[in-house]
Ligand binder design. Sequence first.
Ligand SMILES: *[C@@H]1O[C@H](CO)[C@@H](O)[C@H](O)[C@H]1NC(C)=O
Length: 304
Amino acid sequence: MLTVLIVASLSAVPLASGQSRFLGNIIASSVPSNWDTYWNQATAENGCKWGSVQSVSAYSFNWGQCDITYNHCTSKGIPFKYHTFVWGSQEPGFIDSFSDQKAAVLSFMERAAARYKPQFIDVVNEALHAPSSIREAIGGAGITGWDWIVFSFEQARTLFPNAKLLINEYGIINDSSAVQRYLEIINILKGKGLIDGIGIQCHQFNINPLSAATVTGNINSLGGTGIPVYPSELDINADTEAEQAEIYQRVFPALWTNSYVKGVTLWGYITGQTWIEGTGIVESNGRERQSITWLKSYLEANKV
Ligand SMILES: *[C@@H]1O[C@H](CO)[C@@H](O)[C@H](O)[C@H]1NC(C)=O
């Protein structure tokens, strides 16, 4: 018994270990030394995006940064979320004037499938706010109104039969009418058996002002489809450390304890290394801010 306790206290144990859902984070160009102390699911911050992989040309593929996240997940036995295939931002420069855009995106997806076995994939990102610029080449609106999304998920299903296929979007968690627009797409995919998870980005500009009741209401509307919900890209900032922790305490339990939620992914955690200033919850010297101190004790006391 004593031996067990000593081993447990010395090894890095992620915050949500042993729970029924993961608490993940991003990895950029290297894995921070304290990463495994906190997280048990990873998404590459930029490395797997189309514009990162094919920044040079239609015929050159650079998987280096995507590999870093994937290899870390494989070595730790934690889920890897591939982010993302079809998205209207951070697309490669060559695609605008490329003669066969459909072949180009298929080639990107096929090569990813030859290289990785992701547990999760954000197949289409930001369909409502930043739809793919090549959508006309892959089916356009078509009969369903969203044929280009259906096409993308069909290809992903064939290429990655063992992955959970997700859609991902921002401006949903804060907006019940956006939830309804999002549900139109989700229900088309659901009718065709193509969707396994609903991603809702929870960046600070969407989540900071929300009440727990708003968070719960919007997640319940999505979860009512029977498809699991994955809050993604969670980050929170405030003028002071104490205020940031107060926001975590207000909204995080509504995300974590919702029975429709099967995993939560934060978008960065180290001060100075996050895309939006002030969203760090651990300082670069390793000092833990109040938000993560609270998060640790909360997760300890609230097993789901
Ligand atoms: C939700 O956030 C988006 C920005 O991401 C904004 O455009 C939209 O107006 C917000 N909706 C509500 C109801 O506040």
